[in-house]
Design a binder for this molecule. Structure first.
Ligand code: UDX
Length: 466
């Protein structure tokens, strides 16, 4: 099919490359001339495992191209950003409007427009008139950074929010079914519903995930003050089929470009709808998330004897999660920045995100070599779950630092399979989530470690077999 993907950010670039891989003729459209130029040469401009290879393959096949203006197509995907407004909690949907304005001059009346951006409930219904009879579907995207290729090619489900008019709905559904033909043939569940439900699915999914994380972070704090072990607690909870084992990792809270802004957008929309009480718990979810970051800062200051000035602190991790160079609302960088503000001499190291740190936090000292970053540290904080950090050798690290004290913000080092030796408990005793008890069964540890995204390539390889 002939497809335009409007907006070549994270979502759009991955989506365009994946659709071309599935055999469609795809044009990625973005108003940023430099980005279009870069993408045309196969450079995504951000780190995402598997994407450069996929882009190269799709560009090489001749089925993928990039341009600054839309062209006539059968299907237009809207994949522009909906960031938080600067003066409130709501999502800014102006880029969605601009994307529609850009396609109207070239899109024929039988074209199908598919919104994938995360929007407040009610947005799609408000766009129908603007489209002047062209069919609109709202089909939210659930991809995770670090797994974007695999999640796009092999999603858990496809959600179609369809128009009320049965004939238009049928036409739109047929077009999307053709786009996703190979996924449907591989039995990916496809759910059809109205616009509001589709928009709510995305809002609800991210709210629920954020709530799970904040819940576990409150449990981590309870474990710390009672002698519990939050990893074992998560295991016991996760084995309950009604709860499930995923997204129960306690740590320093969620960050990134989605969960924090999306729960705030839900609050803002519920307030507009006059039902803010209904979602008031999300304020707590957000507050607990902030508290999780505060706790790490407090603990670090405590370990520095409440005299951080001039003390050398090494922060392992800058991106908001591993296998990504995205530093938007990164808990790791917030902690690093606050310790810097308090006068500590902070050095940040990260396998992929240091360029972004230079740009957005020029005052922070960065060091790409992990040995150099650790040398002479009086306190080490492990704040992003990169595989590189999990393989740190305890004794070699202890030999490098000035004082052997480490806050493991994700319990990454506390329990690892051999051959990595265990860390001496006294070095990590101030880590998040309480005492470590030595009886974690192997099966559950596999689940936890797979969630830790150690092997993104494995997921991509599996997905490409679709
Ligand atoms: C999220 C949603 O998962 C995805 O479906 C949606 O499309 C976009 O937002 P993403 O932002 O890529 O994806 O990251 P995700 O893997 O969900 O992690 C979000 C944050 O939660 C990260 O900071 C991560 O470290 C944290 N997290 C995740 C935890 O603290 N504990 C967990 O158990 C899982």
């Amino acid at each position: 099919m002939k497809i335009n993907v409007i907006g070549c950010g994270y979502l759009g670039t991955v989506h365009a490359a994946c659709l071309a891989t599935l055999g469609h003729e795809v044009m990625g459209v973005d108003t940023d001339v430099a980005k279009v130029e870069r993408l045309s040469h196969g450079d995504p401009g951000f780190f995402e495992p598997g994407l450069p290879e996929l882009l190269a393959q799709a560009l090489g096949s001749g089925r993928l191209s990039f341009a600054t203006e839309p062209t006539p197509a059968e299907v237009y995907f809207l994949t522009v950003g909906t960031p938080q407004v600067t003066d409130g909690l709501a999502a800014d949907v102006s880029f969605v409007h601009a994307a529609i304005d850009s396609i109207l001059p070239v899109a024929s009346l039988d074209a199908v427009v598919v919104g994938k951006s995360t929007v407040p409930v009610g947005t799609a219904a408000g766009l129908v008139d603007k489209l002047g009879g062209r069919a609109l579907v709202w089909s939210p995207e659930f991809l995770r950074e670090g797994f974007a290729v695999a999640d796009t090619l092999h999603p858990d489900r496809l959600v179609y929010g369809l128009p009320d008019d049965p004939a238009t709905a049928c036409r739109a559904q047929n077009a999307l079914d053709q786009v996703y033909e190979s996924m449907l043939a591989a039995d990916v569940p496809r759910l059809t519903m109205n616009y509001a439900t589709a928009e709510l699915v995305k809002m609800a999914a991210n709210s629920f995930l954020a709530t799970k994380i904040s819940f576990m972070n409150t449990m981590a704090e309870l474990c710390e003050c009672t002698g519990g072990d939050v990893t074992l607690l998560a295991e016991a909870l996760g084995l309950d089929a009604r709860i499930g084992p995923l997204f129960l990792r306690a740590g320093i809270g969620f960050g990134g470009g989605c969960l924090p802004k999306d729960i705030r957008a839900v609050i803002a929309r519920a307030t507009e709808l006059g039902v803010d009480d209904t979602v008031s718990f999300l304020h707590h979810v957000d507050a607990i998330n902030q508290h999780s970051r505060d706790r790490v800062v407090d603990r670090a200051l405590q370990l520095l004897g409440d005299e951080p000035e001039g003390k050398k602190v090494t922060v392992l991790g800058a991106s908001f999660k591993p296998n990504s160079d995205d530093i938007r609302d990164s808990p790791a960088l917030e902690v690093a920045d606050r310790l810097h503000d308090q006068g500590a001499e902070v050095t940040v190291t990260d396998p992929q995100a240091l360029f972004g740190v230079h740009r957005s936090f020029p005052h922070l000292h960065t060091e790409s070599d992990i040995t150099a970053a650790l040398t002479g540290a009086e306190l080490v904080l492990l704040l992003t779950e990169w595989q590189e950090f999990s393989h740190l050798d305890p004794q070699a690290t202890i030999d490098l630092v000035e004082r052997p004290q480490l806050i493991d913000g994700h319990r990454l080092l506390l329990r690892r399979n051999q051959p990595t030796p265990l860390w001496p408990p006294q070095v990590c005793s101030n880590s998040i989530g309480g005492h470590v008890q030595p009886n974690l069964p192997l099966g559950f540890r596999r689940v936890l470690e797979m969630q830790r995204t150690d092997e993104p390539q494995m997921y991509i390889d599996n997905a490409l077999r679709l």
